[in-house]
Design a protein around this ligand. Structure first.
Ligand code: ADP
Ligand code: MG
Length: 285
């Protein structure tokens, strides 16, 4: 298999997509891991002047955005405002056109950066759970640990069990995804991401595909991660979660950050008409 670092940025983005989904980067690439720098000197995620277009559609129009170590930032905004694209730029599933994405002070767009080493530090959870249907829960949670982190089967299984317990689905360890509810599948997907020991977790509408009665269990798991001090960037329409769990809320519209601040200000006393209008729509649902 070709070394992923020899590929074009768009090829690398596809490899990254695989790493974040069940095909789980079978690249086996073994570049040096990126040393973690002192968390107190850098925000964990520092995005500066980020621009991204698809053809003539400018989706991100100069985004400045940071997430500090152990901070939970919730991103709100209408559909099409660029939230997913922003999240995907953080682990180079999309390649920015301009601007910088620094992870612990390391510019991940720099051609000399080992993208896969950086990406391994970032867990991502999508709206669709992307579990392997033909693999048991245990195998879904161990496969990337074994192939990417080169853990032994026994070590991977132990880490899987710890994380399945953490998300409350250890009793499903021998089940297949189709035997689980959507909420259980999403919790397995979270356990799979956690099993890779990420330093940052990205959630892109992790509860949007779930039946309403299953949303709470997944939000509870996300909340417990936040309470454990995980650094998190969360795109969600769950205003209650944003109000109760976020350290900071960022409201985006039309590819720009409209306003940001503590939830009590952005959600309960938004300054901008665009934010007020969005929140009215969300509350009225
Ligand atoms: P949000 O997550 O806020 O709904 P997205 O980041 O998914 O917004 O999309 C923002 C805009 O970018 C939309 O107009 C969408 O159609 C467009 N877009 C997103 N991804 C792609 C892509 N891979 N190719 C072309 N257009 C895209
Ligand atoms: Mg989206």
């Amino acid at each position: 298999m070709t070394d992923p670092d020899d590929r074009s940025p768009s090829d690398q983005a596809r490899v990254g997509e695989a790493a974040a989904t069940p095909s789980a980067s079978v690249s086996g690439e073994s570049g040096p891991a990126v040393a973690s720098s002192d968390a107190s000197t850098h925000p964990t995620v520092d995005i500066r002047g980020l621009h991204k277009s698809f053809g003539s559609n400018e989706v991100l129009k100069g985004i400045d955005f940071r997430v500090d170590h152990r901070e939970v930032v919730v991103v709100l905004g209408p559909s099409g405002s660029g939230k997913s694209t922003l999240l995907r730029c953080v682990n180079l599933l999309e390649t920015p056109d301009a601007g910088q994405v620094l992870i612990d002070g390391i510019d991940i767009c720099d051609p000399d950066t080992n993208v896969n080493a950086v990406r391994r530090r970032i867990g991502m959870v999508f709206q669709q759970f992307n579990l392997f249907p033909h693999l048991s829960v245990l195998d879904n949670v161990t496969i990337a640990q074994r192939k990417v982190l080169k853990r032994s089967g026994a070590d991977a299984e132990q880490v899987a069990r710890v994380n399945l317990e953490r998300v409350g689905v250890l009793d499903k360890v021998d089940h297949y995804p189709a035997q689980l509810s959507g909420g259980q599948q999403q919790r397995v997907a979270i356990a799979r991401a956690l099993a890779m020991d990420p330093e940052i977790m990205l959630f892109d509408e992790a509860t949007s595909a779930l039946d309403p009665e299953l949303v709470g269990d997944v939000l509870k798991v996300m909340r417990s991660l936040a309470e454990d001090g995980m650094t998190m960037m969360v795109v969600t329409h769950e205003i209650g979660f944003a109000r109760n769990v976020a350290d900071r809320v960022v409201f985006m519209a039309d590819g720009k950050v409209v306003e940001e601040g503590p939830p009590a200000r952005v959600i309960d006393a938004p300054e901008h008409a665009r934010t007020q209008q969005f929140l009215r729509q969300v509350h009225d649902r």
